[in-house]
Design a binder for this molecule. Structure first.
Ligand code: UDX
Length: 453
């Protein structure tokens, strides 16, 4: 390792659920006195309005409209690997020439080629996991042959170190329903084949949340829990005004949402969003619409194309009870006292945000890591309920209505609320001065500044 000091490049995959936690990490490092530069693709660099960290574009080979321009997922990932490695190297050389040498690359785990660039320049390399440590440990066990793969339909629950017993349907879908030639599966497994080569394995989670798993991984990975990466002012930190991540791939409707929420009584509103990637089938959208209506609660629903997605009859019937927006500042909404329930797809960021802001959840997983997160929301952390799906994979309006009632007014609602507040406090504590995540970030900075790996 070279003994250069304190400049970290934080390299993100160009999707909202990846830019958010990595940008937040770069902000934390900057706040603590390090120089951090966020590197993201030309296409997404325009979406960043954060000014406390440096931002540099990096080519993925599709500079105009990114992923959408590529003929296939495989072509995109190949291009990002080849063109991105070169662009990252050039960026490092540029900083060296300008007297601000880089001594660490922190990279999104989907971009595992970045560790080779770190090695080439003999600087530190740290991977950043945007899924929970639990989910990542499952992939790691599979790639190392500790868990048979493909996983057979078991009658007995699956047992893996540090995890509660899991049914096949609780596993990430890349494991439970692996498509043999899926580029995503290959990409995911590739991340975990070289994990041990990193100087640090950062995870957007906190020790208390996944305590058993953290104990199990001790000595296996250089795992460092540094989350939740939620903007600081929501977690009572000293950074005033840090009320969004600093990047929006879509235009938020914050004023409209806040004005509408102001008129609603405390904990009377259901907030419903399925993150940035999920495309919900028309039949499912219809069931959600009529389930919401039947619940008789206020609701704020994020739908990217409401006119084409939502039934006309529903849209014309909602009046003041509902607000449909195309995108919002999810954190501002979740932090509002009017919100009493979060219907979520359980993307890892949304799960952490709901948990950190103490909002009870109805977990409605769609793909990727979400089934596992949903299971933990209900059973491990007790902060919500998980919907049951029909054989065709649909959540009926009756089921949704029942889950909403359970979380907002039902028998279990008191306990769920209590658990939500408990986890909110635990999340705040983890990132506050002296908390586990705060301590871990300080240790990283100290080692980086002293040149010890
Ligand atoms: C995906 C995966 O689902 C997730 O598990 C993985 O770790 C990252 O990639 P996504 O499906 O978009 O992400 O969901 P999520 O992880 O919840 O991230 C969405 C982000 O967009 C959240 O930070 C959320 O606050 C934000 N958001 C969502 C908004 O700011 N406004 C909205 O209207 C909706």
């Amino acid at each position: 390792m070279q003994n250069q000091k304190g400049h970290v490049i934080v390299l993100t995959y160009p999707a909202q659920g990846h830019i958010n936690p990595l940008l937040q990490f770069a902000k934390r490092l900057t706040f603590k006195g390090l120089k951090a530069t966020l590197a993201t693709t030309h296409y997404t660099v325009k979406s960043i309005h954060e000014t406390s960290v440096g931002v540099e574009p990096i080519s993925d080979g599709y500079d105009e409209s990114g992923f959408k321009q590529a003929p296939s997922v495989e072509a995109y990932l190949d291009s990002f690997k080849t063109v991105g490695s070169r662009a990252l190297s050039e960026l490092i050389l540029k900083f060296s020439a300008s007297g601000s040498p880089v001594n660490c690359i922190v990279y999104d785990s989907l971009l595992s080629w970045a560790i080779d660039v770190a090695k080439k320049f003999n600087i530190y390399g740290a991977v950043f996991l945007t899924n929970s440590a639990s989910v990542c440990s499952m992939y790691w066990h599979i790639i190392h042959g500790h868990q048979a793969f493909p996983v057979k339909q078991e009658t007995e629950p699956l047992l893996m170190p540090g995890l509660p017993p899991l049914a096949l349907s609780d596993l990430p879908i890349f494991i439970s329903q692996p498509a043999p030639h899926s580029p995503y599966l290959a990409l995911i497994l590739e991340q975990f084949s070289s994990l041990e080569e990193n100087d640090w394995v950062f995870c957007n989670s906190f020790e208390e949340l996944e305590s058993e798993l953290v104990k199990e991984m001790l000595g296996l990975w250089p795992l460092v829990m540094i989350g939740p990466m939620v903007p600081s002012s929501y977690l009572d930190q000293e950074i005033e005004g840090d009320r969004d991540y600093g990047a929006n791939l879509w235009k938020p409707t914050t004023d409209q949402c806040m004005k509408w929420l102001e008129k609603k009584p405390p904990e009377s509103v259901i907030y419903i969003s399925f993150g940035s990637m999920a495309d919900i089938a028309a039949k499912q959208v219809e069931e959600i619409a009529w389930g919401l209506k039947a619940s008789n609660q206020n609701f704020l629903w994020v739908v990217k194309e409401p006119k084409t997605k939502l039934p006309d009859e529903f849209l014309s019937s909602i009046g003041e009870t509902g607000l449909v927006v195309t995108w919002c500042n999810q954190l501002e909404v979740l932090a509002h006292q009017a919100v009493g329930c979060f219907i979520t797809h359980c993307g890892w960021n949304s799960t952490l945000e709901g948990l950190s802001l103490g909002v009870p959840m109805v977990a409605m997983p769609q793909w990727s890591d979400q089934p596992t997160n949903a299971k933990f929301v209900e059973e491990l952390w007790g902060v919500g309920v998980k919907v049951k799906k029909s054989e065709e994979g649909i959540v009926s309006r009756e089921e949704l209505e029942m889950c909403i009632r359970e979380v907002m007014v039902g028998e279990r609602s008191g306990q769920i609320k209590k658990n939500s507040l408990k986890w909110r406090e635990a999340a705040k504590k983890a990132v506050s001065i002296g908390g586990t995540s705060d301590y871990n970030i300080n240790e990283f900075i100290l080692k980086l500044l002293s040149g010890q790996g």
